[in-house]
Ligand binder design. Structure first.
Ligand code: ADP
Ligand code: MG
Length: 618
């Protein structure tokens, strides 16, 4: 019996956001907060929670009509912890409801509760779409609106993936326990803090506590040892898929894959990655020296029966099977496949302490000097066994209190292409800023010292620009303005990864020479006209500076505008509207992107997210 909403037994309730169900293709989907209530028969959502006396029902899903309960590819939504409920409507249309929970734990609980309640549905499907409809197409398989679902479900009643689910009995409903979260280590991790546990690749752990976003308390399922480890080093077993293989690079770009394979320099070395142009399709990138060292890219095709193939001689049901077969038989490829010897590079550790950004200077062991810049000396150091860079702020160069406040915000910024801020030592003077250490130093020096190898090696140079762009697109999404983007403020890691540093520092400088556009240290050559005229900083003035950085990269570290003095540059840029010339060997399409960044009207410049798209369409 369908409940009236008044007397129904409530099994779970909470606020979550729900994507509006737009029927029209071009309206922008928006997300609304709703109070969700789960009863044994229905999932009902309301305006307002139960306290607000006038809550209004906005919709309900009959659980008996649910076809699938699955996680979705969060990339296409730009949102975390999204799951979907696919169900048959009264009109017998299949509808997908997308819901974003507040935390991963919340999402898992909702998934678990819903799955138990729908486990006996005769209409359960064995496939689902893990993307969404965009422009009348599914993002996952590129099929039209009515194409059958493309991805095998991760959970069914007979085959609960990841954990032993007791078969649901009527009583099971009342004693629903939160689902156990099992994760698998993707990388090795050596414990840093005494409360940490080490991770070894492929080991399984149960997550005991995930209230901190980046440090989870886990239990090694083999040894029973418990402790903290970084959450970006593990992946939920349920969504592990290809991530368990060293040869899978996920969303890496074509340029990234090429750089990775060129570094390994092994005949037949390969990686598999998601195609940048077609979501739901995979690309094999393969290194061979046959004629000359080069990387070739092949789409992994699918036939009508859903089998994967690279050439018609070998067809397999899964990608790992296909790779395995091609390791023994080239069958149409130039060489047999050989997996990379050094797997993917482990990501940056998200700071040594869970949520402690004040670092005790006694825990720091200072080593050699790395360089010095306008804020003071930078030294290599060790924080326990973790390599760090320690920036010692010259006294009087910064408004310290403002900076310390901002540092709290900055420790929360996390992206593979941003230099990770680990914390500060602010109790003594000088203030120390402790960040991730990058072995190859500043991008500017790197470009200058390697110009012979790099000049005209456009794939590598473009990859560098793209990496900076990814970091900047993240800052743009966080509404954080860099204000001093330039090659000198980017750093290069041990494997050629590029990270943007010094973000937000410029705002706290008190030095007149630096802060006013007339000052000698002001980065005039990177400044947009509206910055030179009115000191108007925005993400779009960062885009202008990014254009200059691209120019630095493609000229391998030359000084923009050569020896021209600052006053001359201001005159050229502001009054005469001049821009930098195309560097020698720079391809036209790359220079065109720079020109777009140097549009005089800030609004006309592309956003960082647009620039990524331009590069990927090349
Ligand atoms: P500036 O940006 O003014 O050149 P910085 O104070 O940012 O100066 O850095 C000075 C130098 O210290 C850089 O050029 C680089 O060689 C080195 N450096 C800074 N941060 C790091 C880091 N996180 N890892 C390795 N080297 C670093
Ligand atoms: Mg710097």
């Amino acid at each position: 019996m369908a409940g009236t909403g008044k007397n129904e037994e409530v099994l779970k309730e909470s606020f979550m956001t729900k994507r509006s169900q737009n029927k029209r293709a071009f309206t922008h989907p928006n997300w609304k907060e709703r109070w969700f209530v789960l009863s044994p028969e229905n999932l009902i959502y309301y305006d307002g929670d139960k306290q607000s006396g006038r809550r209004k029902e906005r919709g309900r899903v009959k659980l008996s009509q649910v076809v699938a309960v699955e996680c979705v590819d969060t990339e296409v939504f730009h949102r975390d912890w999204v799951f979907q409920l696919c169900y048959n409507s009264e009109e017998n249309e299949q509808i997908v409801l997308y819901i974003a929970a507040a935390t991963s734990q919340e999402r898992d609980q909702w998934l678990d509760h819903l799955r138990r309640l729908v486990a006996q549905n005769p209409c359960l499907s064995d496939h689902y779409h893990n993307g969404c409809i965009k422009g009348n197409q599914w993002t996952c398989c590129k099929g039209g609106k009515d194409v059958s679902a493309c991805t095998r479900v991760t959970w069914t009643n007979n085959n609960p993936v990841g954990q032993p689910t007791p078969s649901p009995t009527p009583d099971a409903r009342s004693e629903m326990m939160p689902q156990r979260k099992v994760v698998v280590a993707l990388y090795d991790y050596n414990a840093i803090d005494p409360g940490d546990i080490p991770l070894r690749k492929h080991e399984e752990f149960e997550v005991i506590e995930d209230t901190q976003e980046y440090w989870w308390k886990m239990k090694n399922l083999q040894t029973g040892v418990e402790g903290f480890a970084p959450s970006n080093y593990v992946r939920e077993k349920e969504t592990l898929g290809l991530h368990q293989y060293d040869w899978y690079l996920g969303d890496a770009t074509r340029q990234r894959a090429e750089v990775f394979l060129m570094q390994q320099e092994r005949e037949g070395c390969f990686v598999v990655r998601n195609s940048t142009t077609n979501s739901g399709i995979y690309t094999l990138s393969l290194f061979s020296k046959r004629s000359h060292p080069q990387v070739k890219h092949y789409h992994i095709k699918k036939d009508a029966e859903g089998n994967y193939y690279l050439s018609h001689n070998i067809k397999c049901q899964t990608i790992p099977d296909l790779i395995f077969r091609h390791q023994h038989n080239p069958a149409g490829l130039p060489v047999r496949l050989r997996p990379p010897t050094h797997g993917r590079h482990a990501p940056t550790i998200p700071g040594p302490h869970p949520d402690k950004w004040e670092i005790d200077p006694n825990e720091l062991n200072l080593l050699e000097e790395l360089g010095s810049g306008q804020f003071g000396v930078v030294r290599h150091g060790k924080l326990r066994n973790l390599d760090v860079a320690v920036k010692m702020m010259k006294e009087g160069t910064m408004s310290e209190n403002d900076f310390i406040e901002e540092a709290q915000v900055m420790t929360k910024l996390r992206h593979p292409n941003l230099v990770q801020l680990y914390g500060v030592c602010s109790m003594y003077r000088p203030i120390y800023i402790v960040t991730e250490y990058l072995k190859n130093g500043s991008l500017l020096n790197y470009l200058r010292s390697k110009d012979k190898v790099l000049l005209n090696n456009n794939e590598i140079l473009l990859d560098m620009c793209l990496q900076v762009c990814e970091g900047m697109a993240y800052l743009e999404r966080q509404k954080f303005i860099h204000r001093d983007l330039a090659a000198r403020n980017c750093l290069v890691g041990a494997h050629g990864e590029i990270k943007v540093g010094d973000f937000g520092l410029a705002r706290h400088v008190v030095d007149d020479e630096y802060t006013g556009s007339g000052g000698a240290k002001f980065p005039i050559k990177w400044a947009a006209p509206e910055v030179l005229n009115f000191m108007r900083f925005s993400s779009k003035s960062d885009v202008w500076a990014y254009g200059v950085l691209m120019w630095e990269v493609f000229s391998c570290g030359k000084m923009p505008y050569g020896k021209a003095k600052n006053t001359e540059v201001v005159e050229m840029v502001v009054q005469k509207g001049c821009v930098l010339d195309k560097p020698r060997f720079c391809p036209d399409n790359v220079y065109n992107v720079m020109r777009k960044c140097w549009d005089r009207t800030p609004e006309m410049r592309p956003a960082f997210s647009d620039i990524i798209r331009i590069f990927q369409d090349e």
